[in-house]
Design a protein around this ligand. Structure first.
Ligand code: C2E
Ligand code: MG
Ligand code: MG
Length: 604
């Protein structure tokens, strides 16, 4: 009885659903469109509108939010049916059914990428129309259900990750999420004070402290020892600062500190010097005396920037600069700009000529499948062979390229070179390889980015499926809607998208979902000593399993030891990249690795 009633209800539900279903018809032959509309009406559907172009289709879909869209593939005008469908799918998540008389293979491939819910081959019978719509609606409904379940699971996992991430178990210091939240709070308080004490000269410093040459301590004395040392350093820093200061640990040997606002830069620099003095006093761990120094980079809110991320980047950059100067010193961003203007200017000028003088190189770092041990492709990494200063790492010159606008031509060069290389390898009958290219924020935000990639792909005749683009989360979250749009454009070309350095920064799993990435690159900071650090291990394992639920391939970055590899293997990570297998190498060397069939010895 109960069962019967359930069934009756089930059919009743389906019937009312199709009766309530509203359809948008996109068809440039009006007679055909009207004929379809008549048939739909007979079958109990409601036609919300008939439009004849892709542009109108997008507008009307937004306006009416129909249950389903019938889309003619061949449309006159700028935006054809597939492009319009892509936008409608991505922005509104509406199911699309294509109607078409004939399509060539290329168009069909493009159409597939928009994940349509059905195809109707013209001319079609009313009955075909009905079944195709019904199946599509059914599919859409169960997909939405699945999506809902996914999202709630993702939210749970995200909470868990955030809890794990908020406090560093070793030093008990808060970490990234707390830092960001505190920055937002303190800067809004600052704005309030600024308004009260009109034109106040107060500045809010961000201190980025890095321990100099810290890695050698772990190597030399062992990790237990370096853990103890880190605790001692934490205590010393805490004692050296006022209780209202916030000390956070955001990397193995890197800390970020927020203090109360200061009246002058000198005051902030005095704090930095005090911290350096405290750290320079020898530590005693297990009867062993240890000498250690640190370097500090300072950036000021709101003077150097009024956003958290750029400020943090700047303070980190000056910290690195201080380390390059020999360490045990501090630098402030504005100070750096002034005193090292000459250096920077020469570097800037040199960078202008770097392309012309062919000083840029692409190195390739193999990515390896953990199951087969075989090379699947490579990440292309940019190098600058400076005639006087030697090899300059991308971390140093890419920010300059971005600030000067040179990134545009450099980025195009990278893309061109990598695609040509790929083509050469394909022609040389090398096994199929994928090449990943990094795009920085400002490259991704350029409106012509997509066209340029499309042109290069066409010119080099590289199959877009063998190209991957790596983006970081911070690149995307500045304007989420725009980013979703841009990513969709790239994906429609057939390119795979990887989220780079995952785990640093925001790590919002809902972003993973919205952006529909294909690949997740687990940041090196989680991979390092993964087998010895329970927190990193837990986070990495949780990320891998969540990523798999979202059908993402996981690539671990910066794998250096066999123990790290064993952990990743055990937790079903898909691919690895890191010095353990190979450093980034010139193209010929990479090709040689592939040709000789170099394999990773997997732990199994
Ligand atoms: P990324 O995309 O996260 O690249 C991975 C970095 O980790 C590379 O540094 C690589 O050499 C390094 N790495 C790989 N395996 C290991 C390992 O086992 N241990 C350690 N310690 N490091 C490892 P690299 O080449 O210095 O690049 C730094 C960053 O510069 C890249 O980070 C990427 O964000 C950016 N970059 C590099 N090339 C380009 C480019 O062509 N365009 C843009 N926009 N950015 C680029
Ligand atoms: Mg990368
Ligand atoms: Mg990375």
């Amino acid at each position: 009885m109960v069962k019967e009633e359930h069934m009756v209800n089930g059919t009743a539900l389906n019937q009312t659903q199709s009766a309530r279903a509203t359809v948008l018809i996109v068809e440039d032959e009006l007679l055909v469109a009207e004929n379809i509309a008549r048939n739909l009406k007979k079958q109990g559907y409601h036609t919300v509108d008939i439009v004849t172009s892709g542009e109108e289709a997008i507008v009307q879909a937004q306006f009416h939010a129909p249950t389903i869209v019938l889309m003619d593939i061949m449309l006159q005008g700028e935006i054809d049916g597939i492009a319009a469908a892509g936008t409608i799918r991505q922005e509104l998540g509406l199911p699309i059914i294509y109607m078409t008389a004939y399509v060539d293979d290329v168009t069909l491939e493009r159409a597939k990428l928009t994940e349509p819910y059905g195809y109707l081959v013209k001319p079609f019978k009313p009955y075909d129309l009905k079944t195709t719509i019904e199946i599509a609606l059914q599919k859409h409904q169960s997909e939405q259900e699945r999506q809902k379940q996914y999202l709630s699971r993702i939210k749970q996992a995200e909470q868990k990750l955030n809890q794990l991430a908020e406090r560093d178990p070793l030093t008990q210091l808060p970490t990234w999420p707390v830092l960001q939240a505190q920055f937002e709070q303190r800067s809004s308080e600052w704005r309030l004070t600024d308004r009260l004490v009109s034109a106040s000269a107060l500045l809010m410093p961000i201190f980025y402290l890095g321990l100099d040459r810290y890695h050698r301590i772990g190597h030399h004395w062992g990790y237990q020892f370096s853990d103890q040392l880190l605790k001692a350093i934490t205590t010393r820093m805490t004692n050296a600062l006022s209780s209202s200061s916030l000390i956070t640990r955001i990397d193995i040997s890197e800390f970020v500190i927020l203090t109360d606002p200061v009246g002058s830069k000198d005051q902030a620099e005095a704090i930095a010097q005090h911290l350096l003095n405290q750290i320079a006093i020898p530590f005693r761990i297990n009867q062993q005396e240890i000498f250690l120094t640190a370097s500090i980079g300072i950036a000021f809110y709101p003077q150097d920037d009024d956003q958290f991320n750029p400020l943090l980047r700047r303070s980190r950059r000056v910290m690195h600069f201080a380390q390059q100067q020999g360490g045990n010193t501090y630098r402030s961003f504005t100070h750096l700009l002034r005193s090292d203007l000459v250096d920077r200017l020469t570097l800037e000028t040199d960078l202008h000529y770097a392309l012309e003088r062919q000083e840029l190189r692409l190195y390739y770092q193999p990515k390896v499948n953990l199951r087969t041990g075989k090379i699947t492709g490579a990440e292309a990494l940019l190098r600058w062979q400076h005639p006087k200063q030697g090899m300059i790492p991308p971390d140093v010159f890419i920010p300059i390229a971005e600030e000067t606008g040179l990134i545009e031509s450099i980025g195009a060069w990278v893309m061109q070179t990598a695609c040509q290389q790929l083509r050469t390898w394909q022609q040389a009958a090398m096994p199929p390889l994928k090449i990943a290219i990094n795009l920085s924020v400002c490259q991704f935000n350029q409106s012509q980015c997509h066209q340029r990639i499309r042109r290069i792909l066409a010119e080099t005749q590289v199959n877009p499926q063998s190209l991957e683009i790596e983006l970081t989360e911070s690149t995307l979250i500045q304007d989420i809607d725009l980013a979703v749009h841009r990513l969709q454009d790239l994906k429609l070309l057939g390119i795979q998208i990887a989220i780079d350095d995952f785990g640093t920064g925001y790590s919002s799993l809902s972003h993973l979902y919205r952006f529909q990435f294909d690949i997740l690159k687990l940041d090196r900071s989680f991979v390092q000593n993964i087998h010895m650090n329970p927190k990193n291990g837990a986070i990495a394992a949780a990320i891998i399993s969540m990523a798999h639920q979202l059908n993402l391939k996981v690539v671990a970055e910066g794998v250096e030891t066999i123990n790290e590899l064993a952990f990743l293997y055990e937790h079903q990570c898909d691919e690895m990249q890191g010095y353990l297998f190979s450093r980034p190498v010139p193209a010929e060397e990479f090709a040689a690795l592939v040709r000789m069939g170099k394999q990773l010895v997997t732990p199994a």
